[in-house]
Write a protein that binds this ligand. Structure first.
Ligand SMILES: Cc1cc2nc3c(=O)[nH]c(=O)nc-3n(C[C@H](O)[C@H](O)[C@H](O)COP(=O)(O)OP(=O)(O)OC[C@H]3O[C@@H](n4cnc5c(N)ncnc54)[C@H](O)[C@@H]3O)c2cc1C
Ligand code: SF4
Length: 331
């Protein structure tokens, strides 16, 4: 049993100053990930700062035609919000592909971004894991690694980021709003999560004393042509083996703009802007989709049990693009 103290933050400034006072303090929002990690002894905070009373549970219009989703808006409230359904249906679909209704009622925007990997070894304190215990080794490299990464891996860690919502946010080009001791600043979504490199213990570029306050969606929501395809072992209540968020702007049969982000394949949502550019101005054909899929996995590396993901990712990219263009209906 790890003893910890608890306090409830009433203001954003109060939450930021409380976290700065104790380097073993952690914010708690919906608790759907942090409490599991505490029960497994993976996370051992000395103090929990409950942020659920902060005024961050609203979805608001931004000045540039986008939407600001407060860090405490639940995944369910985001997915069923009329403005999200009309203008960002890709985001709604990605959220609803994840977890269960009960979890989505508790899980928050900020917590979803910061949920930790589902690597089995990370959760098992009897095994080595560089993310949980830096320098101890990696149980997954050379171990059972069916759910692990094929892109952006390092010799220290091959974990994946498990979120569905974040894959859609990456494709949409969202921005994360953060408040810390130095005031407020923003991080582009592509710069929020990290690859493992030599420091797999760090999942993101958020500092430990910073609070996520919101996620901003740009005006362009790709509402007409989009798809979220999630391939998993069960049709519900399972994390993605591979997922693809595809968003297209079409001009007749040609692609004016393409966005593609993959989940389940890397330590962060994997958006490949060079591959997206290959589709720009091209006819929306299966041949072109196959070419872009090949390009995305060109540097992919399998570790044995997860090598099937390379072919799976290629097929998923093609199918998601077919669904986004309407060539195939989502199943
Ligand atoms: C059985 C199960 C199945 C699941 N399946 C899926 C799935 O298929 N797809 C999917 O995407 N997700 C899935 N999830 C994950 C779920 O979506 C996350 O657990 C949830 O989004 C976390 O949000 P939370 O508010 O509960 O975070 P918490 O558990 O409260 O916090 C998580 C982390 O975020 C930090 N934190 C929270 N809010 C902030 C903030 N505003 N600023 C700074 N730090 C903050 C906390 O300190 C903690 O470190 C599943 C979870 C479970 C338990
Ligand atoms: S893949 Fe990463 S999280 Fe999993 S055991 Fe290796 S170091 Fe730990």
């Amino acid at each position: 049993m790890n003893p910890f103290s608890f306090e409830r933050a009433e203001t954003i400034a109060g939450a930021v100053s409380a976290i700065a006072k104790n380097d073993r303090a952690r914010f708690i929002a919906g608790g759907t990930n942090l409490l599991d990690l505490m029960k497994e002894n993976v996370s051992r905070p000395a103090r929990l700062i409950d942020i659920t009373r902060l005024p961050l549970a609203r979805i608001e219009e931004t000045g540039d035609g986008g939407l600001r989703i407060g860090a405490l808006v639940t995944n369910a409230d985001t997915a069923y919000d009329e403005r999200i359904l009309q203008r960002y249906p890709l985001l709604s679909k990605a959220i609803l592909a994840g977890a269960s209704a009960q979890l989505r009622n508790m899980a928050t925007t900020g917590g979803n971004l910061l949920q930790r990997t589902r690597c089995y070894y990370f959760y098992d304190t009897a095994t080595p894991c560089n993310k949980r215990a830096p320098g101890s080794g990696c149980g997954a490299i050379g171990g059972f690694n069916r759910i692990h990464a094929i892109l952006g891996t390092s010799d220290k860690c091959i974990a994946t980021h498990p979120s569905d919502m974040c894959v859609a946010l990456a494709a949409l080009g969202a921005t994360v709003r953060v408040t810390g001791p130095d005031g407020e600043h923003t991080l582009p979504f592509s710069g929020f999560h990290r690859l493992p490199g030599d420091t797999p213990e760090l999942d993101t570029n958020l500092r430990p004393d910073e609070l996520i306050t919101a996620v901003d969606l740009p005006a362009k929501g790709f509402a007409t042509h989009h798809a979220y395809l999630k391939i998993r072992d069960r049709q519900s209540y399972a994390f993605a083996l591979v997922s693809v968020a595809a968003a297209l702007e079409l001009d007749g049969g040609h692609i004016r703009e393409a966005r593609l982000a993959l989940g389940g394949v890397a330590h962060m949502p994997w958006r490949d802007t060079a591959a997206e550019a290959m589709l720009s101005g091209k006819p929306a054909t299966v041949e072109n989709f196959r070419a872009v899929a090949e390009a995305i996995v060109r540097e992919a590396k399998g570790f044995g049990h997860n090598t099937f993901k390379i072919e799976l990712a290629k097929r998923a990219v093609v199918r998601a693009l077919e669904q986004a263009t309407g060539m195939e209906q989502p199943s």
